[in-house]
Design a protein around this ligand. Structure first.
Ligand SMILES: [Fe+2]
Length: 196
């Protein structure tokens, strides 16, 4: 059983406290549903033949709920501590420079991915084997991932992330606000943990 995490999020520029509060409520729903499905599975598995259809749907749903839980934990943590730049002489900045020339080139690229149609997440991963970043789009939250790769940055582009502040057509403005409020030290720590 998982417990919803608590986040200390300061006042953000262009992302309202009410929007964040509602969004955290949705995140807590993913945790609750992951736990609820996990609790149901052993009972259904007792007669897997009779419950084959119900079981397969529960198993498919469970990774959806888990993805929603874990990605939102990555997402909200990125605002904690308030907007902060990357340490310019660190390994993270150097790797970004090597692949994207500079951080300013990564942001439009992630924004382009975020503009893809359909609910999902624009994600920056790091591959410790190939020693390079990979960017991608996870549809909903459990599909399209680069398997096993740790997530460095997660940008939620489901409508619920921006509907309250910017309306149904406000994804572009929302993404601008998202990048203004990031504490890049959080992403830097995620990257540095992989270098050990
Ligand atoms: Fe979300």
């Amino acid at each position: 059983m998982y417990e919803p995490k608590k986040f200390t999020i300061p006042e953000l520029e262009g992302l309202s406290a009410e929007g964040i509060k509602q969004h955290i409520g949705l995140y807590e729903g993913y945790v609750k549903n992951f736990n609820a499905i996990s609790a149901l599975l052993p009972e259904y598995a007792k007669d897997s033949e009779k419950n084959a259809h119900a079981l397969s749907e529960l198993i498919r749903r469970r990774s959806f709920e888990f993805g929603g839980m874990r990605l939102h934990e990555h997402y909200f943590a990125q605002f904690e501590g308030g907007a902060k730049p990357i340490a310019s002489d660190g390994a993270f900045a150097k790797q970004l420079e090597k692949e994207y020339t500079k951080i300013e080139h990564l942001i439009p690229y992630l924004t382009t991915i975020g503009n893809m149609r359909g609910p999902g997440w624009a994600i920056l991963y790091f591959d410790p084997v190939g020693k390079q970043f990979l960017t991608g789009f996870s549809e909903q939250q459990h599909q399209g991932h680069f398997v096993t790769l740790p997530i460095i940055l997660a940008l939620d582009v489901w409508e619920h992330a921006y509907l309250l502040d910017y309306g149904a057509t406000g994804k572009g403005k929302y993404m601008e606000a998202f990048f203004k409020n990031l504490n890049w030290q959080v992403m830097e720590e995620r990257f540095e943990r992989l270098q050990k």
